[in-house]
Design a binder for this molecule. Structure first.
Ligand code: C2E
Ligand code: CA
Ligand code: CA
Ligand code: CA
Length: 278
């Protein structure tokens, strides 16, 4: 790669590797995406393990490109983060998720809405201001809003992040630690943050019955969270066996294909209506 520097700006270069090319295409298409109706939100139910009732839903962003088709978030979110577009995209997601949840609240369906927040958003200087603005504009009760941040955030800029989290506490929204167990922060660090929920990463839930290390980690996380007064959501629950283990170990909430994949708003509303009828 001795002349890789020379080729840096030749984006159209035919021998450029596929991944870079793909990212370049995605980035260019992300530029104006919010004005084009190509984004929409899916929602995945979060269930109370004891009552089996839906008590919350996570908003998951979808991008339907007219030519490229449905592009998964794992592909375009990192590109949006690197290019800075995530700031405007993140505002769009938060606002639309709050609008939908508020509509449900107005119908007497009081479930919480979880919204994924990228590190770049949290670090952006106007973050608190626009969260506050969106809460006011949509009229949602902030107690029903959960902001999901990933564990890796807690390692960098610890003082700054602690300050941001405290300001969010003042706005009365909740903070969930997403993908818990995959990052590097120690469990003890949790006490320094204002966190109301943690979401155990799918990789541990998947192996609950296969790998004794996962079993030990999951039960330890649940026990520790209990002591710190933090609620636990298990992610990626696909089997009844997993659910039973979680219930027996005192885990409060679960999310996963066992209950429902992410669905559009209409199907989410139907799922809630059906459970009310029961
Ligand atoms: P995440 O926040 O950890 O979201 C959970 C992912 O696991 C979702 O993938 C969901 O569809 C999937 N999932 C849920 N239950 C199961 C299950 O039982 N089995 C399996 N195998 N998978 C399950 P999705 O929707 O493709 O999203 C991937 C990631 O993209 C999310 O992971 C999140 O990190 C990111 N993402 C999605 N929407 C947004 C957004 O609006 N903003 C930001 N910053 N990131 C987002
Ligand atoms: Ca999440
Ligand atoms: Ca997660
Ligand atoms: Ca994730």
């Amino acid at each position: 790669a001795k002349d890789s520097g020379k080729n840096k700006f030749k984006f159209y270069c035919p021998n450029l590797n596929d991944k870079i090319q793909e990212e370049f295409i995605l980035e260019n298409n992300l530029r104006d995406v919010l004005n084009k109706d190509e984004f929409f939100l899916n929602y995945q139910p979060i269930v109370d393990i004891n009552t089996q009732k839906i008590i919350g839903m996570e908003a998951l962003l979808r991008w339907n490109h007219p030519k490229l088709g449905l592009i998964p978030p794992d592909k375009f979110i990192p590109v949006a983060e690197n290019s800075g577009f995530i700031i405007d995209i993140g505002k769009w997601v938060l606002k639309n998720a709050c609008i939908q949840a508020k509509k449900m609240h107005d119908l007497g369906i009081n479930i919480f809405i979880s919204v994924n927040i990228s590190v770049n958003q949290l670090k952006e200087e106007n973050f608190i201001e626009y969260v506050s603005k969106i809460l006011k504009e949509t009229g949602i009760n902030p107690k029903y809003v959960d902001l999901e941040i990933t564990e890796s955030i807690s390692m960098e800029n610890i003082d700054y992040i602690t300050d941001v989290l405290n300001k969010l506490k003042y706005l009365e929204v909740n903070i969930s630690m997403d993908d818990f167990g995959t990052g590097y922060s120690s469990l003890g660090q949790l006490k320094n943050f204002y966190i109301s929920k943690l979401k155990i990463d799918r990789s541990f839930i998947k192996d609950i019955y296969i790998d004794s290390n996962s079993t030990a980690i999951v039960s330890a996380i649940i026990a520790m969270a209990k002591n710190l007064n933090i609620k636990v959501v298990a992610e990626g629950v696909e089997a009844n066996q997993q659910l039973k283990f979680l219930k027996d170990n005192g885990c409060e909430m679960a999310q996963g294909y066992l209950f429902s994949p992410p669905v559009d708003l209409q199907n989410m509303e139907n799922a809630i209506k059906n459970q009310i009828k029961k």
